[in-house]
Design a protein around this ligand. Structure first.
Ligand SMILES: Nc1ncnc2c1ncn2[C@@H]1O[C@H](COP(=O)(O)OP(=O)(O)O)[C@@H](O)[C@H]1O
Ligand SMILES: [Mg+2]
Length: 384
């Protein structure tokens, strides 16, 4: 039986959710079948997170209906969602770093014997769950040392341990390297074969054809299209933004002037080395690379937020003293960090002449994969 033949496990009809001054969901229809990977696609602010929060019991819809197995349900809490077999994996995991993997997997429902936690039974059951996900982690290992990719897999194992039939993943690949994404996709495919229904949010368009079956596109709180995952990327972008990418980012011919920023042989021991590039007046230069490739670190070193061990940064032909933010600001450099809230100390540019954007500098890894190579796209945070 293919996914198309199966009855829907979940159906959302006309869902509406308002926050003060914002209509986050304005009539969303969405259906999910067992054994499919259904991608939720939309620009920042389109309503994706709000939709999954209503499914996981974090928000109550103002209007509309949620049906599970054809019956209208009320999801008022995380416990309600769990009882209905709906598990959500947020970007901030719900795991306790001080506890072991097994303790996290069975938090609040440890197997007991004579009133005591039966550690052996718990570790055995944890081992079985971890094996089902195919993650190589000891049940007795502390959560804290695991790293993001394996923590995510433990979250998936936890969802399976709660007999989740619907697994919702909010941008699971945003924090993974490409090898880790491959690994995650293997797991997702295995779950799909087991009949789990998966809601998958991603900003990486090329992942949609790789892992998805169907795509629901949200725009301004409305579900505007449901298309097969094989839909061409430029069509997906058109549906997402309501017009074509050429219209959204019209290419304005520009005549770059002289080099304003020159980076020569910049390096920080053990972090990156030999980085050289020019940014000319009137041009946008992308810094592409995988998560962990050192893009953020390069931007910080250029700005002086970290002290480089070698190389030189020149603005207008004048070398900046290394590791001196004040001199960088003085020279007209600005840094908009990727985590604006967390690192607000390096705030907005004081000059309109030159600014290093850590986000816009990495369109391929952080934003849309089809972002134009140069000259146009503004920075776009993938998080909403
Ligand atoms: N708790 C909240 N309070 C007020 N406004 C919110 C809240 N959550 C989301 N919004 C607003 O609702 C809209 C949809 O947001 P969200 O669902 O996070 O979109 P997405 O996940 O697609 O980026 C946005 O305009 C956002 O600012
Ligand atoms: Mg979001």
């Amino acid at each position: 039986m293919t996914a198309e033949d199966r009855a829907e496990i979940l159906r959302v009809r006309g869902l509406r959710k308002e926050f003060p001054g914002v209509v986050a969901l304005d009539g969303v229809d969405f259906g999910l079948r067992p054994g499919e990977v259904h991608v939720l696609l939309g620009e920042n602010g389109a309503g994706k997170s709000t939709l999954i929060k209503t499914l996981s019991g974090a928000h109550r819809p103002d209007a509309g209906r949620i049906e599970v197995d054809g019956e209208t349900v009320q999801i008022r809490s995380a416990q309600d969602a769990e009882r209905l077999g709906i598990a959500t994996i947020y970007q901030e995991f719900n795991l306790v770093p001080e506890l072991t993997v097994a303790e996290n997997l069975f938090l609040g429902r440890q197997p007991r014997r004579f009133g005591l936690v039966d550690r052996r039974a718990m570790n055995r059951a944890a081992g079985e769950l971890l094996a089902r996900v195919g993650v190589d982690v000891e049940p007795g290992a502390r959560m804290a040392g695991l790293g993001i990719a394996r923590s995510q897999m433990v979250e998936i194992a936890k969802a399976l341990g709660q007999d989740a039939r619907v697994l919702i993943m909010d941008e699971p690949t945003a924090v993974l390297t490409s090898g880790e994404v491959d690994r995650l996709f293997e797991i997702v495919r295995r779950l799909r074969e087991d009949g789990v229904a998966i809601v998958f949010i991603t900003h990486h368009l090329e992942e949609i054809a790789r892992i998805g079956d169907r795509v629901t596109v949200l725009r301004d709180g409305r579900s505007v299209a449901e298309v097969p995952a094989g839909t061409a990327e430029d069509e997906l972008v058109r549906l997402m933004v309501g017009r074509s990418i050429e219209q959204q980012y019209p290419r304005e011919p520009s005549e770059p002037g002289p080099a304003l920023l020159e980076v020569r042989g910049l390096g920080r021991r053990g972090v990156f080395s030999g980085v050289s590039f020019d940014v000319r007046a009137g041009e946008v230069v992308g810094l592409a690379g995988l998560v962990g490739a050192g893009r953020t670190e390069v931007a910080r070193a250029v700005f002086g937020a970290d002290r480089p061990d070698e190389g030189e940064v020149r603005v207008d032909g004048r070398a900046l003293p290394p590791g001196d933010v004040h001199a960088a600001l003085e020279a007209g450099l600005g840094l908009v960090p990727e985590d604006r809230k967390g690192r607000a100390s390096c705030s907005a540019p004081t000059s309109r002449r030159t600014s290093a954007w850590s986000r816009s500098a990495a369109p391929a890894a952080a934003g849309w994969s089809t972002a134009p190579a140069s000259g146009a796209a503004p920075p776009r945070s993938p998080r909403g």
